[in-house]
Every structure is written in structure tokens, then in C-alpha cells.
Design a protein around this ligand. Structure first.
Ligand code: FES
Ligand SMILES: [Fe+2]
Length: 326
């Protein structure tokens, strides 16, 4: 049910610069996809030869076409078999000789695939970050977790765990007690803000699996902020964005981005420091959560009305998404 609904959304499957002319296999929602790049851009096809089920990504590109490693059938970029060596150059190719071609887009430094007609565009950024010359956005990296995308996204949306999982790193400056905060629905997700004496954190979640955590520095008090690598002045905005790609029910490929309106002369790498450690802290908790998939029935698990507010709304929105698109 959930998988069926998720097929109608764009998901990132690979980092752009890692998609080359050599075919490679990526997985999305349990489906194997062969991905490669030609002159016109990225190509994504079902990774299973229509002849005898061989893995096309184990083949190679021959005369600009994807050649199956088993009997050399050649597929064009639409997934249609254009040449069967055993039939010779004049052979008549059966009309069913084709594999599914997937919708593919390249944006935000990644290649995105939608397995069915998409019902939503790619997630936008909160400040038009990719086009604003006063900001810089870069992809911090990707991480692969043996966890469901739903559990991962809920973790990204949750700040009540900071003072425990990330003690000494990204703690809430005023301690673990959660003050009241408002959640607004946006049409494609939700937004909410939570502030302490150092940072205002504005979260925007775009269904199903994109979350922006926009941190504005309120006061440079020496608290732990993502702009401490720079000067950490009031008005500094650092947005950390996570997109969780559902490889299958038990595996998630996470794309993390950082955008900033400050310290533009500081190398991006300086802002990537610490992410491995923080992602590892989250991974260790999330991979062990039981059950693996995010329970969407509110009667499952226990909820704190205030501290789990974002999680409660997220689970409800995911239930509605399934009802609408499955
Ligand atoms: S299995 Fe692909 S050509 Fe035979
Ligand atoms: Fe975390």
C-alpha cells in the first residue's frame, strides 16, 4: 500500500556526478533500475532483460546502446530493443522486445526517478536557495541506512532527541523540556518552528521524504550551532536538508544538503565536518527501531501530544497520502 503510493513521487537514486556512461544498478522501492548517461542525459530502465532476465546493468554500452551481457541484445534509450545479434542486421525484432523506461530528472546534484505518473514536483527549498546569489547550497553527502525511509524522516523531523542522541553536538540550548510550538499544514506537508535562546529552527517537510531544517542564529552566545564554523552572527541562516530515498522497505539512501547565507568565503568542506558523526548517532538508534516501518496507526506506539506533535501529524499525513495514491 505504502510502496504503491510512493511510486507516484520523485525520489533521488544517485548523485549526478556518479552517473556516467557506464551502466550501474540502483534500487528504488525494491525495483532494480539500470542507470547510465548518454548525450541527452540520464537514462533509467528496468534492469532485467526481456529475453532471459539477465541483469542489464552488468552489460555495457555498444554503439550508443545498452547491450545485455548474455546474448548481446541492444536497447535504445527508450528501452526498446533495437538490435538482436542472433537475428542479424535484417532480423525482425519482436514488438514486445522492450523494457520499462522510467521517468528521470536531474536536479539538485542528483538523478531522480518516479516509477509511476508523479503527483508532485521535486521538493522546493525554503529560500530559493539554489538561485539566490547571496546563498550557497551544496550536497554534504549521502548515507545508506538499513532502515525504512519513514523512520528516517521522522527522526529528521524530531528535535526532542537532540539532547540524548546528539548530547554535546546539536543539543537544544535550553534543555530537553519541549515548549509549546505550532504546526501548520502546507498542502504538501507541514511546517513548524522551534526556538531556544540561540537558534530558531524552522522545519518544512515536503511529503513524503524531504525535510528542511532552517536554523537562524538569534544570538551568538557560543551555543552549538551549525554556523559556528563561520562567525555565528545573529541573522546567519543555515539550512540542513535531508531527502530520504526508499531503496526498499529496509534500506534508505539519504541525501543531505547544506545551504547558508553566511561565510561564503569558507570552503564547503568546513561545513561538512561533523555530519558523519551525527548521522552515525542517528543511524544507530533508527536502524534498531522495532518495527522497521513507521507505524501509521495512531494506536501503535505511545505519543506525547506536544513533544511528538510533528511526528503525530507526519504519520497522519502519510496515512492520507496512502489513502489518496495507493
Ligand atoms: S538474456 Fe539478455 S540477451 Fe539474452
Ligand atoms: Fe538526530
Amino acid at each position: 500500500m505504502l510502496d504503491q503510493a510512493l511510486r507516484h513521487y520523485w525520489h533521488p537514486v544517485a548523485v549526478s556526478e556518479e552517473v556516467a556512461t557506464e551502466p550501474q544498478q540502483v534500487r528504488l522501492l525494491g525495483e532494480n533500475i539500470v542507470l547510465y548517461r548518454d548525450d541527452e542525459g540520464p537514462v533509467a530502465l528496468a534492469d532485467k532483460c526481456v529475453h532471459r532476465g539477465a541483469t542489464l546493468s552488468a552489460g555495457c554500452i555498444r554503439d550508443g546502446q545498452l547491450m545485455c551481457p548474455y546474448h548481446g541484445w541492444q536497447y535504445d534509450r527508450t528501452g526498446t530493443v533495437a538490435f538482436i545479434p542472433a537475428l542479424g542486421p535484417d532480423g525482425i525484432i519482436p514488438s514486445q522486445a522492450r523494457v520499462q523506461r522510467h521517468r528521470v530528472r536531474e536536479q539538485y546534484g542528483a538523478v531522480w526517478v518516479a516509477l509511476e505518473e508523479p503527483v508532485a514536483d521535486l521538493p522546493p527549498w525554503p529560500d530559493d536557495d539554489w538561485n539566490d546569489p547571496d546563498r550557497r547550497v551544496f550536497m554534504v553527502g549521502t548515507w545508506r541506512w538499513q532502515a525504512s525511509a519513514g523512520r528516517m524522516m521522522e527522526n529528521a523531523a524530531d528535535f526532542a532527541h537532540f539532547n540524548f542522541v546528539h548530547a554535546g553536538f546539536t543539543e537544544l540550548a535550553d534543555g530537553p523540556f519541549i515548549k509549546p510550538f505550532e504546526i501548520e499544514l502546507t498542502g504538501d506537508g507541514m511546517t513548524y518552528a522551534y526556538d531556544d535562546s540561540v537558534l530558531v529552527r524552522e522545519y518544512t517537510l515536503h511529503l513524503p521524504f524531504a525535510l528542511h531544517d532552517r536554523k537562524s542564529v538569534v544570538a551568538a552566545t557560543g551555543g552549538i550551532t551549525w554556523s559556528e564554523q563561520g562567525d555565528s552572527r545573529a541573522g546567519d541562516i543555515t539550512t540542513i536538508s535531508s531527502v530520504a530515498s526508499p531503496v526498499d522497505r529496509a534500506e534508505t539512501l539519504i541525501f543531505v544538503y547544506l545551504s547558508r547565507n553566511h561565510s561564503l568565503d569558507v570552503p564547503d568542506e568546513d561545513f561538512a565536518v561533523g555530519f558523519d558523526e551525527i548521522m552515525e548517532q542517528d543511524r544507530m538508534v533508527v536502524e534498531d527501531q522495532d518495527p522497521l516501518e513507521l507505524p501509521l496507526d495512531p494506536r501503535e506506539e505511545l505519543h506525547l501530544k506536544l513533544a511528538d506533535g510533528a511526528s503525530i501529524v507526519y504519520r497522519r499525513l502519510m496515512r492520507e497520502l496512502i489513502a489518496e495514491h495507493a
